[in-house]
Write a protein that binds this ligand. Structure first.
Ligand code: PRX
Length: 633
């Protein structure tokens, strides 16, 4: 695949992508292995929405991620796995070995009765077998639904049931940082409420003993090892589903974002090569978890499509100490490093001594993703990790967009701290006002929409197309609405300012306020709750919960611990409220709507500018909230 080599070329590509989008994408798509070429590049309407890319084409994404590299790159390392514990030996697989393992795993899935179109839930630690399983699903046309291994039994069960997954692939357990997670026990608990799941494939990862359900549970090694290493790649149509990934919105339960085969593939490699300016032979490391979209697109699919060596890390930035990331960069001579602002801020807080111990001279490109990167973190990353010499790409995108949408192209685009800068060729962002009118020109601010389809865009929400339409395509007619606020500066550069809906972004993880409220309300003593985000030094946003209890709470600490435990078991530890305040009432309008604006201000500590409270049903509740603010746990 050709890549953009200068900013002038970027401009040419961009212009072509807008004027002749079909030719533009057809050129890029040419470079892949197709079983059959497309009849038409793009058919679309955003009313349905109904978007089809490369319709009529047939392919298998794993032939593009693996088989087409075998002749020239068979012996090149495809994936390096680095364990949580620095004393555990790392593992490497070449493209040839990856092919063998993926085919064997694919045959194992088949032997368990998994067929094209079936859904497979993957709830695993960061392990090589997790990537084999993802790719094995794609090999046989099963739809993978990876669930982040930090989610609770209840969240896992909800996701398994929503997609009616036939098979669950999990592991005995794993250690992340210093904490052991008994994954199989959580999976067993979840499966008590899932009737659709016939088998559980269990990877022996930690070696700890687990409960076993004969007839249902199967050891991964026992079944995979004895399979043939040849598994023909299933013929997939361009718009056949590739995967489901659940994500939170402002209302209701998480929705299963559906990505399809051809468009996702084309955009994953295109964006990977251009944003990071990948050169053949580069060592690439993205620190995300495969449980999130970043891991799907930029640990597995994008890098493997481009024939990269991609590193997969099981651990955390601060275990066993705050030098771990930099030790890994030195160990593998990483050239391209992609992480999240929350990790940068956490490491910044630990001091430079952890950075200075290691040789980071291999680095050429640094990336940031998942949340707005504040100026201070940007500068620290640029100066101390990049030594002022590396390109720094602040990449804006979403689970729904499938790939990076707005970002500098490393080393080509002039950077501006905190700005994601310009859209990739093929991406047509627009800013709109509250009524959906386009705000043209520069030096403006509005809600971020996209006006034209791109190949890796969300196609539907699993099992509920209407929901996809409502959430993304109905707020503003004939546009995809991102849920983000955005500024466009005098130079036409974009800066994402954060969510404009009730989604909180905690350490780069999307959490819906409604979900957390539901979890809190599951506690017997809770009458009602309201959750808002507030600025947090490390996590970007923290979770602040206002709770009305049905009894007098004497021991706030014990009550808060109970609430946190309810949230951990309903959703997972990632959604635990940072601050809990017991209140007598919530600020509501006469129509019963909670005025979150006021709650956000109080959570931020701004209690003297609460704005107009005259429309409240009972303005005295605000006084009570402000007066009891020091009683927060
Ligand atoms: O608010 C934006 C924020 O993360 C949201 C998407 O979250 P998720 O689907 O979990 O995907 C995260 C990884 C792609 C967006 O709506 N976001 C993501 N990247 C950035 C960002 N906000 C500002 N700057 C970014 N670079």
């Amino acid at each position: 695949m050709k890549k953009i080599n200068s900013f002038a070329e970027y401009k040419d590509w961009y212009q072509k992508s807008v004027e002749h989008p079909q030719d533009f994408w057809a050129d890029i798509a040419e470079t892949f292995t197709w079983k059959k070429k497309w009849d038409s590049v793009l058919d679309w309407d955003f009313k349905g929405p109904n978007v089809k890319w490369f319709d009529g084409a047939e392919l298998n994404i794993t032939e593009n991620c693996i088989d087409r590299h075998l002749a020239e790159k068979g012996d090149q390392t495809a994936i390096i796995w680095e364990a949580n514990d620095p004393d555990t030996e790392h593992k490497k697989v070449t493209y040839k070995e990856l092919s063998v393992q993926v085919n064997k795993t694919a045959n194992a899935l088949k032997s368990l009765g998994v067929k094209k179109g079936d859904r497979v839930c993957i709830y695993m630690p960061m392990s090589l077998e997790l990537s084999y399983t993802v790719l094995a699903c794609a090999r046989i046309g099963a739809i993978h639904s990876v669930v982040f291994a930090g989610f609770s039994a209840k969240s896992l069960a909800d996701r398994i049931n929503d997609a009616t997954c036939e098979l669950l692939v999990t592991a005995d357990g794993f250690t992340r940082g210093s904490k052991y997670i008994d994954l199989k026990a959580i999976a067993d608990e979840a499966l008590k409420s899932c009737t659709c799941t016939k088998n559980v494939l269990v990877l022996k990862h930690s070696g700890k003993s687990v409960n076993w359900q004969e007839g249902r549970d199967v050891w991964y090694g026992d079944i995979v090892d004895k399979q043939s290493d040849v598994c023909p790649a299933e013929t997939m149509r361009a718009e056949d589903e590739l995967f489901i990934l659940y994500t939170s919105g402002s209302t209701g339960k998480p929705k299963g974002v559906v990505h399809t085969t051809a468009g996702y593939m084309v955009y994953a490699e295109y964006s990977f090569r251009n944003v990071f300016q990948y050169n053949q032979g580069d060592m690439y490391w993205c620190t995300a978890d495969i449980g999130w979209i970043t891991g799907h697109s930029y640990i597995i699919y994008g890098p493997l499509l481009a024939g990269t060596t991609t590193i997969m890390f099981e651990g955390t930035p601060t275990f066993p100490d705050a030098g771990r990331f930099w030790q890994i960069v030195e160990k593998y001579k990483v050239n391209i490093f992609y992480t999240a602002p929350t990790a940068i801020r956490a490491l910044q807080a630990k001091g430079l001594e952890w950075v200075e111990k290691y040789d980071l001279s291999s680095l050429r490109v640094l990336g940031s993703v998942g949340e707005p990167i504040n100026e201070e973190a940007w500068q620290w990353y640029h100066t101390n990790i990049g030594k002022g010499k590396c390109a720094l790409v602040d990449t804006w995108w979403q689970t729904e967009t499938g790939g990076i949408m707005i970002s500098p192209l490393a080393g080509l685009t002039k950077e501006k701290p905190t700005f994601a800068t310009y859209p990739l060729p093929g991406i047509q962002p627009m800013l709109v006002d509250a009524d959906g009118n386009e705000i043209k020109g520069n030096g403006v601010e509005g809600n971020l929409c996209v006006k034209f389809p791109w190949p890796s865009m969300i196609r539907t929400t699993w099992g509920d197309h209407e929901r996809c339409k409502q959430v993304y395509f109905s707020t503003y007619e004939n546009k995809y609405f991102t849920g983000d606020g955005c500024k466009r500066d005098e130079d036409g550069m974009y800066r994402i300012t954060g969510r404009v809906d009730d989604v909180i972004n905690v350490s780069g993880h999307r959490i819906g306020t409604a979900e957390v409220e539901d979890a809190i309300n599951s506690n017997d003593a809770v009458v009602e709750s309201a959750v808002v985000g507030y600025p947090h030094d490390i996590k970007g946003q923290g979770i602040y919960a206002y709770i009305i209890a049905d009894r007098k709470i004497d021991n706030l600490e014990a009550f808060a611990a109970e609430i946190r435990s309810s949230v951990t078991s309903e959703i997972g530890a990632l959604a635990k409220p940072d601050k809990i305040q017991v209140v007598q009432g919530l600020p509501k309008t006469r129509s019963g709507k909670i005025m979150r604006r006021i709650l956000r201000k109080v959570a931020e500590g701004v209690t003297d500018q609460l704005g107009d409270t005259s429309t409240l049903l009972d303005p005295t509740v605000v006084d009570n909230i402000v007066q009891t603010k020091d009683l927060v746990n």
